[in-house]
Design a protein around this ligand. Structure first.
Ligand code: SF4
Length: 606
């Protein structure tokens, strides 16, 4: 049989790099970058490469299973659907539609989100449908809609390449490694080009910086506010509406608070202003910034104050976080919907009796004792997933899900670029796409069948119609800026703990931990401690450190590092032991989630 090569898109970050998957007799034999893809134009990072290893990974789920007295037993797809639909019907009849929650991974394709919402709304009549956006993605996604400035232009990766100045907030090179090529083009592409990086740590991105503003943890928004103030003052715009709003901002005080000197803030603002074309790149980093959404809004304001062609480009953790968000916004008409953490909280309280998840291991989203409560209170947990995990092992029914290389549909990458995905492979073994699983459950419940073509057309029409409407409301920006409290260490908790991405990992680590590369290079959680702090506390490289935050404690291996300043420690959120140290706050009224750096105490074990 001849070899075949088909295109797909990498979903391990929102850059959305094009990949080519070659197969022989239906088996994957090679993965290559797609030089014709307008986004990556011939780059693929190591994370993109390890998709190859995951396609036929031994821990992939192969067949549907239903729980019996002897545990989970293999069954046929139709029998599994009959069981799931029957149980959902019973629960709905007894407890009402809202007693059922559907949670989908944000990397689901747009058409899958469409059908998940349709199943929830039309057949189950539940309000409890949510993509499991990461908290850092969620606040940035919402900010896109909450402040739209007149004349604002969407930035793309191409805008980054053509820029002569970049203002980067966060560690984008770790999040989207392929962007490093474009950043290099800016740095070396023209005399005087600037790459300004705002990050409390020395990071993969700060190595590219012409100017690294090493801000105090959680103060990135204040640096942007300072840059806006500096430009407003220098342009004689103090008397304008915006100038008056910034009247109370004092650059000296901002400098003291952020740890970035006044001259560095002013120089960064003027360098950005002086460039003909500039892009502010905002990266969603878990618990590094305090309010990632506020950073997006301030970045938009800075672009509107600076002269020339200035735009904002945001990068998300999930490859289709933006597409899932936009599709759901278009379906709900922009109305708010619950966060998946609210649905899980309702399950913990016994209000939600059945959870149906797609690509979401809920045991990774809540502490283990909360997960135990959820298991006790719910009557049914259904997990459709690509890999075996703890969530699937305790479910009542399991469906084997197809990977994105085996699916058809659309995604929206950073810069609002819609990309089509065609199946590069047939679904693995007895696995099905989420669309197929959702469609079968819908039909099993007696709902009207939806074809993939109908879903695709509906999504396309809705996304076109729901183009941004002009709304400029600066009041919430200033309210949020005023509410932003500096993260201060105390005698009891003398260190500020940041989170960071480990470059070999993706998301909460459940997928990347299966890969050879991650197992070799970053198999366990760690905490970076500065040389000065480690020497004053008697900590050596590799020592086990007890880290105590306000709610949780963890034991992490010490990594003595130059990357963190004195008084700051950092742990990658891709490990549960590190994630649990951060307090994720859910505001059910505003349907908002917030998290930021934590104050902690650290000491060697024993
Ligand atoms: S930069 Fe992002 S989208 Fe591109 S290959 Fe790497 S992980 Fe995938």
């Amino acid at each position: 049989m001849t070899q075949e090569t088909k295109k797909t898109v990498c979903m391990f970050c929102s850059m959305g790099c094009g990949l080519l998957v070659s197969t022989e007799r239906g088996n994957p034999i090679e993965i290559e970058y797609d030089i014709g893809n307008p986004i990556n134009k011939g780059s693929v990072c190591a994370r993109g490469n390890y998709m190859f290893e995951l396609l036929g990974h031994p821990s992939r789920l192969e067949w549907p299973r239903i729980r019996t007295d002897e545990g989970l037993a293999r069954t046929g797809f139709e029998d599994a659907i009959k069981f799931i639909a029957g149980e959902l019907r019973e629960i709905k009849k007894k407890h009402g539609g809202d007693s059922i929650g559907i949670i989908m991974e944000p990397n689901s394709l747009n058409e899958e989100i469409f059908l998940g919402y349709h199943l929830a709304k039309e057949a189950l009549k539940t309000k409890n449908f949510a993509p499991a956006f990461t908290p850092e993605d969620r606040s940035m996604l919402m900010a896109q809609d909450e402040l739209i400035l007149k004349g604002e232009k969407e930035a793309s990766v191409d805008d980054v390449t053509k820029s002569d100045s970049l203002f980067i907030v966060g560690d984008i090179v770790t999040k989207a490694p392929c962007l490093s090529k474009e950043i290099n083009k800016v740095k070396y592409g023209g005399k005087g080009n600037k790459v300004i990086v705002v990050d409390p740590k020395k990071s993969h991105t700060s190595w590219f910086a012409t100017s690294h503003l090493q801000v105090s943890p959680g103060e990135e928004a204040m640096v942007l506010a300072g840059a806006i103030k500096a430009l407003l003052d220098s342009k004689g715009k103090k008397a304008t509406a915006l100038g008056r709003k910034f009247k109370g901002f004092d650059l000296k005080k901002i400098s003291e608070r952020t740890g970035v000197s006044k001259s560095e803030i002013v120089r960064a603002a003027h360098d950005f202003d002086a460039s003909k074309k500039g892009t502010i790149v905002v990266c969603s980093n878990f618990a590094k910034t305090q309010d990632a959404g506020l950073i997006i809004k301030l970045a938009k304001i800075l672009c509107s104050v600076a002269k020339g062609d200035k735009r904002v480009l945001s990068f998300y953790s999930g490859g289709n976080s933006l597409g899932s968000y936009l599709t759901l916004s278009a379906l709900t008409g922009g109305k708010t919907y619950p966060d998946h953490m609210e649905i899980l909280e309702a399950a913990r309280k016994g209000k939600v009796k059945a959870l149906v998840t797609f690509g979401v291991d809920i045991s990774r989203h809540v502490p283990s004792e909360v997960f135990s409560e959820i298991r006790e209170k719910t009557k049914l947990i259904v997990a459709c997933d690509i890999f075996e995990n703890f969530g699937t092992s305790v479910s009542n029914a399991v469906l084997a899900g197809a990977s994105y290389a085996e699916k058809e549909g659309t995604v929206v990458s950073s810069g609002c670029v819609t990309q089509e995905i065609i199946p590069a492979l047939s679904p693995y073994s007895g696995s099905v796409t989420y669309f197929e699983a959702l469609k079968s459950i819908l039909e099993g419940l007696g709902g009207k069948s939806v074809t993939f073509a109908d879903a695709k057309e509906d999504v396309k029409t809705r996304l076109k119609k729901s183009k941004k409407k002009s709304k400029e409301n600066l009041a919430p920006v200033f309210k949020a800026l005023k509410a932003l409290k500096a993260v201060k260490a105390s005698d009891e908790k003398p260190f500020i703990l940041l989170s960071d991405d480990d470059i070999v990992h993706y998301g909460e680590g459940s997928i990347s931990e299966k890969c050879f590369w991650a197992k070799e290079n970053s198999k366990e959680p760690y905490i970076e401690v500065s040389k000065a702090d480690s020497s004053s506390l008697g900590i050596k490289d590799g020592d086990i450190i007890e880290v105590s935050a306000s709610k949780e404690s963890s034991y992490l291996k010490a990594k003595i590092s130059d990357n963190v300043p004195c008084g700051v420690v950092s742990a990658p959120h891709n490990f549960e032991e590190a994630r649990r140290l951060f307090d994720i706050k859910v505001d059910p009224k505003a349907h908002k989630v917030s998290l930021g750096p934590e104050t902690v105490s650290i000491k060697p074990e024993g």
